[in-house]
Write a protein that binds this ligand. Sequence first.
Ligand code: FAD
Length: 390
Amino acid sequence: MAKDQIFDNTEIAFALKSDSELERAYFLFKMISIEPLVKIGTAATNFALKAHLPVEGLIRSTVFDHFCGGVSENDCLPVIDKMYEKGVSSVLDYSVEGKENEEEFDRAFNMTLKIIEFAKEKEAMPIAVFKPTGFGRLEIYEKVSSGKHLSDSEQKEWLKVQQRYDLVSKAAKDNDVMLLIDSEETWMQKAADDLVTEMMEKYNTEKPIVFNTLPMYRRDRLDYLKDQHKLAKNIGYYLGYKLVRGAYLEKENERAEEMGYPTPMCSSKQATDNNYNGAVRYMIENIDDMSIFIGSHNEESSYLAIELMANLGLRNKDKRIWFGQLYGMSDHISYNLANKEYNVAKYVPFGPVKDVMPYLIRRAEENTSVAGQTSRELSLLKKEKKRRKI
Ligand SMILES: Cc1cc2nc3c(=O)[nH]c(=O)nc-3n(C[C@H](O)[C@H](O)[C@H](O)COP(=O)(O)OP(=O)(O)OC[C@H]3O[C@@H](n4cnc5c(N)ncnc54)[C@H](O)[C@@H]3O)c2cc1C
């Protein structure tokens, strides 16, 4: 079946949306496609939240409800159940960012454990996730990554980070729940990567449970994947990787320029695409040794994966291959793939409104900068409005 025939069915894509939700989504994408509006809106929202102005209600009824499942994990239950009726699983994502103290790290750690427990009971939630800076300060990852000497108190702090990784990975294995670990900025990532590799070696002995993330806008990640494959094969454990293109392109390029080192980013969108698709190909061709989570809103990459699966005679619902999108984005990929029995999971972010603002701002900016993607969302929503004669 051709790509457009698979992803263009808007009746399947938006079956869960009421007419008014469809209208709201259309309005929202229309707004965030206007770059100056996003810039002004972001600044005004940040200011209003800092000044304790009563804007939470407005944020909730617009961007928040579109991109998030709720303020607590229990709030998300109706969303999880509704999506699962259409075969789409959920990855509950505690999206509180920018917290910098041990109490907050323990809170994120306990939340991850709670979600793993929750997931054990719920078929619709086969996967849990956390992000490295949820479990420790960015500066401590940065220092460990650079190989600099840690003071006594820093050593203790790092030990706590290591323990948090180990305990959630063990819980994931004990409860048979896949655990994804997000990727962040390159300058702190080596410490997290080494730690996740250790977790894979320890807990992926029978099957892939712990997954690292490969941001393929990095020039070096395809070689890294191949090196990690050799290592895992030699030692005897399974690899798990979520593939993404990467969310920090501008920040990475700006820092490299400011500090005068060659950017670790690919030199063009095409180069990132080639790298991403190369990794999809490599992983599916070596699927007996690993499991892949294709975290993308890109139709070509998703289509490439299903073509490769068909060519290799893999079943659509092969447990080792997952497709993932973010809640509120690219429903045409998620629901049309699920309709054909592929494994699909959507990240469902949740948390207090003001704490998930950095996440929401990234989504707004991403949809502004990825002009093609937004116009795609808009044209599909328009098509469905027309079909429903709204
Ligand atoms: C389920 C899921 C999980 C995610 N987890 C993470 C995560 O852990 N860490 C993270 O960083 N992001 C994560 N993301 C966000 C992800 O990185 C962005 O959604 C993604 O970059 C958008 O790319 P795309 O694959 O949808 O395709 P597209 O929209 O086709 O690609 C856009 C991306 O291409 C790259 N790009 C654009 N222009 C250029 C250029 N000039 N040069 C080089 N590269 C360019 C950038 O990465 C840009 O974001 C996740 C996304 C999903 C769906």
